[in-house]
Design a protein around this ligand. Structure first.
Ligand SMILES: [Fe+2]
Ligand SMILES: [Fe+2]
Length: 197
């Protein structure tokens, strides 16, 4: 009995910001005064992934440099180009939301990129074992991005930010492609070649 009361209470609290559609349109046109908690959270998360993408722009060349096989170098270099577009796309998102682009340190991506740097230290140059390690490090970053963009695109739809959602979904699709191409490299030959070292 007390559970149903709690549920009702929670639903009522949640409905407030979503029901206020005038707040949504105000935010789209740039006003921040009436942002709901969900809108604030969304904006904050966009700052977080913006920082993460910029961090990856710095990190991907290091991964490409450290890679042994040409295909893996190319995969990282190719994804660097795409990542630059992700940064630009997020700047478009800030613009649509009526905010200036602002980065907020993403502790998760900081950790993931630190781990990338440490696998370079821990593996020998010119080996396929290093490539195996780099692929795994790269995929950890991609999976973080996939989780983030998937969630953000959903929230954008919920908030009625359809144009923003489409932009985030485009990036989500490209993160999944990057992840798949790394899997293909690992399964194609790199893992197997590493067994001979
Ligand atoms: Fe990205
Ligand atoms: Fe990515």
């Amino acid at each position: 009995m007390s559970t149903s009361t709690q549920k009702g209470g929670a639903a009522a609290t949640h409905k407030k910001p979503a029901a206020s559609s005038s707040e949504k349109s105000k935010t789209k046109s740039g006003s921040r005064a009436n942002d709901s908690k969900l809108q604030e959270f969304f904006h904050d998360e966009i700052k977080d992934i913006y920082w993460a993408e910029k961090k990856l722009v710095q990190t991907l060349p290091k991964l490409a440099n450290a890679a042994t096989s040409e295909e893996l170098k190319n995969a990282f270099t190719q994804h660097l180009k795409v990542t630059g577009e992700h940064v630009t796309r997020l700047e478009k998102v800030f613009d649509i939301l009526g905010h200036k682009p602002q980065a907020k340190k993403c502790d998760a991506m900081e950790g993931i990129t630190e781990e990338g740097a440490s696998v370079i230290e821990d593996t020998e140059e010119g080996t396929h074992t290093r490539d195996v390690a780099l692929i795994m490090a790269g995929q950890k970053a991609e999976h973080y991005e996939i989780a983030t963009y998937g969630g953000l695109a959903q929230v954008a739809r919920t908030l009625g930010y359809d144009e923003v959602a489409s932009l985030l979904e485009q990036t989500l699709k490209e993160e999944k492609e990057a992840d798949q191409s790394l899997t293909a490299l690992a399964e194609g030959s790199i893992n197997e070649e590493a067994t001979e070292e």
